[in-house]
Design a protein around this ligand. Structure first.
Ligand SMILES: [Zn+2]
Length: 86
């Protein structure tokens, strides 16, 4: 049978661990069960679910350490600094 390819941009993958979403430097799509390390150092095992199955009980939060590292790498001021400036 012919492949029906689903393309996923690794840069758009933000793994969620215990309701907190992180940044990870992925070079490709991880295999289910593959261990992945977030920028902040937290590790987890890759699992894939449809977006609709994301738990709605908690408000998704962003990992502050991952956010700070990404902003530092891209030269973007921290949100705390931007608030102070205005
Ligand atoms: Zn993180």
């Amino acid at each position: 049978m012919t492949d029906a390819v689903i393309y996923i941009d690794p840069l758009m993958i933000h793994p969620v661990i215990d309701g907190v979403w992180h940044h990870a430097r992925l070079v490709g799509i991880p295999d289910p069960g593959e261990a992945i390390t977030m920028l902040c150092g937290v590790t987890g095992v890759a699992a894939f679910l449809p977006l609709g199955q994301r738990r709605h009980r908690t408000i998704p939060r962003q990992c502050e350490r991952c956010d700070a590292l990404v902003r530092q790498q891209r030269g973007i001021p921290l949100w705390q600094q931007r608030i102070r400036r205005s």
